[in-house]
Design a protein around this ligand. Structure first.
Ligand code: FES
Length: 155
């Protein structure tokens, strides 16, 4: 006969019932905490599609600048300024400058000096992007607006 102060032994059935109850409570609390986090954004907002690249005086005819964080090359000729996307039209890798144009390191697409396809799996040439002028006079590139190749913005 057990002593009066000894706890009663827990039966297996009670133990399983209690653990099921605790697991259910933990699942409910966990899902409620997860639901509270839903209104908060989990990703950073995308950087704006339109951005300034500098003033017209920054671009000397016959030069080009690669803007790495935007994956574009800004070219300047006597005709004006143009921005060409370096995002490969095959699967989106970033093309780099090569002596005769651009080269994609992922699957070997080659693009000519104007971004036209000269080899590899890329289905089309590199995208030319719209260049315009902001109210303060600086040049602006819009990543979401494609223009025809050889569209130069006169500065
Ligand atoms: S992503 Fe450029 S060739 Fe495939």
């Amino acid at each position: 006969m057990p002593a009066r102060l000894e706890p009663e032994p827990v039966s297996r059935r009670d133990l399983l019932g209690l653990s099921g109850l605790w697991m259910t409570a933990a699942a409910v609390v966990g899902s409620m905490l997860g639901a509270l986090k839903l209104p908060m954004p989990r990703v950073l907002p995308e950087a704006g599609a339109r951005f300034r690249i500098g003033s017209p005086g920054d671009f000397v005819p016959g030069t080009e600048q690669v803007i790495k964080d935007r994956n574009i090359v800004v070219r300047c000729t006597e005709q004006g300024v143009a921005a060409v996307s370096l995002v490969c039209t095959h699967l989106g890798c970033i093309a780099t400058r090569s002596p005769d144009g651009f080269h994609c390191p992922c699957h070997g697409s080659k693009f000519g000096d104007r971004g036209e396809v000269i080899g590899g799996p890329a289905p089309r040439g590199l995208r030319w992007l719209q260049v315009s002028r902001a109210a303060d006079g600086s040049l602006v590139v819009d990543l979401k607006r494609e223009v025809k190749p050889d569209t130069w913005y006169a500065v």
